[in-house]
Design a protein around this ligand. Sequence first.
Ligand code: MN
Length: 209
Amino acid sequence: MKFELPTLPYSYDFLEPVIDAKTMEIHHSKHHAAYVNNLNSALEKYPELEFKCPGQLMRNIDQMPADIKQAVINNGGGHVNHSLFWKTLTAPDTSELSGEIKELIETEFGSYEKFVELFTTAATTRFGSGWAWLVITKEGKLEVTSTPNQDTPLMEGKRPLLGLDVWEHAYYLNYQNRRPDYIKEFFRIINWEVVNARLEHAKNCECSK
Ligand code: MN
């Protein structure tokens, strides 16, 4: 299968002022597009490899031929991470924590504030480039974690529900070196309805979107 750059579910300026239109345009049409193109190039050599979806590709990364494995980690990870990221964002201050994810966060972390604290720490302390995550573990527990580069929690058998890109390309035009400000603003644009849908999907389906 050939992977394709997904269309953004909103316009480039939809997340302003938290994420500016220029950053979104470059991030989606250049960075994400490059991951998709490079992933397709890496897989061209092995047309016999078949995958239902990018998530399945990444969960079975150990089956990749050695000569393309790192390219698939970097670019397949880049593709699934960004696809998730776009979908879980919404216009500032329009989505409230609700439903099953609210209950789980409060039960497992103690409170929403504690979750914010854990996620902020994960995003702040990820040195260099990478991602902060809210995931479900193999045991079905919520976990806040982070990964380097474009590594995806799917490779560890975890199901990502929410992710924050902390590569400089995600925020530098607007926030420059102020990653903590970008992280703080991120909590205003989380689409909790989509996170709830991902939670439901993760419980019922083998293939991660
Ligand atoms: Mn990115």
